[in-house]
Every structure is written in C-alpha cells, then in structure tokens.
Design a protein around this ligand. Structure first.
Ligand SMILES: Cc1cc2nc3c(=O)[nH]c(=O)nc-3n(C[C@H](O)[C@H](O)[C@H](O)COP(=O)(O)O)c2cc1C
Length: 367
C-alpha cells in the first residue's frame, strides 16, 4: 500500500489517509456568503474520490473582512447551517471537514476604512491604517465566535489562515508587522494574536476541539533568517498549544515556475526533523504520486493539494488505477476562469465544455 493511503492518528482526528484538499476558494458560493449546490457537489466529489481531509475555502469571520465577493461567511449564526450540510456530505464520503477561518486585513473588499497590522501604503494610491489594540481584540473575538459556531454545526475542527498575506500572516511576518506594542517587535509579540485566538477557541470550545494552522514557510523580509528563526518559535508554540497539524505553505506559490514541484519540501523536511512531535502537512506543487510519496518519505505527515484537485477532483482514484499525475499544469487560470465563465474552475473543464458545445452544434447542423 502506498504510504499516502495509510491512516494517521492525530491528537483528536484520525483521517483515513494522508491527503488533504488544501483550502481553496472555489468562486462557487453566492455573494451573500452562502454555499451553493455547486459548492456542495464539489465537496461530495472530493470526498467520494478519496480525499481524507477537506479544508473549505477561506471563510470570513467578520463583516468588513471579506477578500472575495463569492466567499462563504461565518460571521453570524445565520451562516452556520450550511456547514452542517457540508460536514454531513464530507462525512458520508468518509472525509473529515475543517472550515478555514480568515480575515482579509487590508485586502478587504467591503470597506474603505482599510486597516493592517501596521499602517501601510497599498496599491492604487490606497492606504491602510494600523489596527488599534481594541480592534485586534475584536478580531480575535470574531475568530473565536466563528469556531464556536462551527463546532456547534458539527465540523471536525477549524484551520486558521495564517498564510499568503492574509491578516494573521501579516502579524507573524516582520515585512508587515512593524508594531512596537505587545503585538509586534518580538517573535512572542508577533505570535500573540494567534496565541490569543487559539487559547480563546480552547476556552470556548474545549481542549479537544481540533485547531490547525496554515503558515508561510518563508517571507519577503530583508532578513530571511529573522523570519526563519521566528517560524521556529511559532512552531514551538503550535506544538505547546497542541495544534492538530500545521500546514506549511509559502508567500510565492503563485510565482513558481510552471513545471516546479515540491518547492517548499527541503525547508519543510528540515522543520519536520526539528519538530518530530508536531504533525506537519506540506502544500505547494504536489502533482503526482511520486511527489506525494516523496514528501511523505521526507517525513511530512500529510500532503495537501489545491490546484491538482481542481484539475482532477478524482485524482486519487486515477492514482489507484495506475495514473501517475494530475493534469494540472500550474497555469493558475483557476483564479481567473470562474469570473469569465461562472462555475468553470479549470482550463481542462473549460476545454470539455467547449468540446461538448461543438458536438451539440454539429448535431444541430445535422438534424
Ligand atoms: C483558486 C485558488 C484558490 C485558493 N484559495 C485559498 C484559500 O481560500 N485559502 C488558502 O489558504 N489557500 C488558498 N489557495 C492556495 C492553495 O491552498 C495552495 O496553498 C496553493 O495553491 C499551492 O498548492 P497547489 O500547488 O497544490 O495549488 C488557493 C489556491 C487557488 C489556486
């Protein structure tokens, strides 16, 4: 049996295999913050096709913190029921379901009053002011309330989005965090917002409610060593706080060469050696059975895929019957296509739709 098919015992969860569908904004929800039938079908397909753990697209914990129009919200009780249905669908297919919680920070689309960890000039002549300590506490409260709602809804745990320049990652990264108060200026202070959210969720949901974290393995900070040292501090805290697993991503996954695979593996494998007790997942450029098995052979506990499962939601079935890899060519059109052709998330799906249309046109001509 390939290693990825082996079950794994985490602190509270027992995924049936080592494969995670990494959080992926699907562009399928409606603009009011609700999942659509297409979103539920996507979960059904991923679960039926053998993914062990499904992480939702990033869900907004607070009004004014949405990054996308068609993003699922969880900032009020009225949004909770949809997660019960999504969890039930995943469970029916044998998968675990963990919603990802996020706040867009200065990337928020619904407000002119943009705020960041530290004040900052943004693109297009815009500016973000620095969040006040009171606002930080309120944001922490929103993450905690969202987790509580989701626990009641019956999900298996939550993942905090601490990567890719969303708000939590900006606190962790000195490129963005230039605060001089208790939320900046040292690794302990930069981690404080996460520490307070995690302990807050523990207090509200109990010590056995699984909390995972997605975090950047690197930074664009002028002194990469500083981030690297800080990351080790953050992971030490994650271990002490008993996080279910930490998923390692990076700031630049989108700009990697199209044929690059496993670009964070070397750093991730080194971290695994330093943190043998902390379950670590690797995401980024996993496309083939060989990639999956290589990451696991290097000691990673779990392997996450996003674009490979957009191109081929049934990838694991294909691998089981002798396929070697996903059709994904890392073109990243999955960020653009859904806006041009709603419901279409991959160039391969678009090609199939075009081929079907051509066939129907031909039939029409012949009839
Ligand atoms: C269309 C799209 C949407 C994404 N949405 C999210 C998201 O909501 N949350 C998140 O943490 N990462 C998100 N990501 C990043 C992926 O989870 C993953 O980290 C990244 O794509 C690298 O993995 P891959 O090479 O398997 O695609 C998204 C990626 C894509 C392509």
């Amino acid at each position: 049996m390939p290693k990825y098919q082996e079950p794994i015992n985490l602190a509270h969860l027992q995924p049936k295999n080592r494969i995670i569908r990494s959080a992926t904004h699907s562009f399928l929800p409606d603009e009011q913050g609700y999942m659509t039938e297409a979103e539920y079908s996507m979960y059904e397909k991923l679960a039926e096709c053998g993914v062990g753990t499904i992480i939702s697209g990033h869900c907004c914990v607070r009004q004014g913190g949405r990054a996308n129009l068609e993003q699922v919200n969880i900032w009020g009780d009225g949004f909770a029921d949809q997660f019960t249905r999504a969890a039930d669908i995943c469970h029916a297919g044998g998968a675990l379901f963990l919603p990802q919680l996020s706040h867009a920070g200065p990337r928020a689309i619904d407000t002119e009053d943009l705020a960041d960890v530290s004040q900052r000039d943004l693109k297009k002549g815009r500016h973000a002011r620095e969040l006040t300590p009171e606002e930080i506490k309120a944001i922490e409260g929103s993450f905690i309330a969202a987790a509580q709602r989701l626990q009641k809804a019956g999900v298996d745990g939550v993942q905090l989005h601490g990567a890719h320049s969303y708000l939590l990652s900006r606190f962790l990264d000195p490129t963005f965090n230039q605060r001089t108060d208790s939320y900046g200026n040292s690794e302990e202070n930069r981690f404080r917002i996460l520490e307070e959210i995690i302990t807050g969720i523990r207090a509200a949901c109990g010590g056995d409610f699984p909390i995972a974290l997605k975090i950047n393995i690197d930074s664009k900070y002028e002194d990469p060593e500083l981030y690297s040292r800080s990351l080790r501090f953050y992971l030490t805290r994650c271990q002490a706080l008993g996080l279910e697993f930490v998923e390692l991503s990076g700031v630049d996954f989108i700009n990697q060469p199209k044929d690059a695979t496993l670009y964070y593996l070397e750093q991730a494998a080194a971290l695994k050696k330093e943190f043998p007790q902390l379950p670590l997942a690797l995401v980024g450029g996993v496309r083939s059975l060989q990639d999956i098995e290589k990451a696991l052979a290097e000691g990673l506990d779990l392997v996450s895929l996003s674009r490979g499962l957009i191109a081929d939601p049934d990838l694991l079935i294909k691998l089981q019957i002798g396929g070697e890899k996903s059709r994904c060519v890392s073109c990243s059109r999955c960020f653009v296509l859904p806006h041009l052709h709603p419901g279409i998330r991959c160039v391969w799906a678009w090609k199939e739709v075009k081929a079907q249309q051509k066939q129907q046109d031909r039939k029409g001509e012949n009839s």
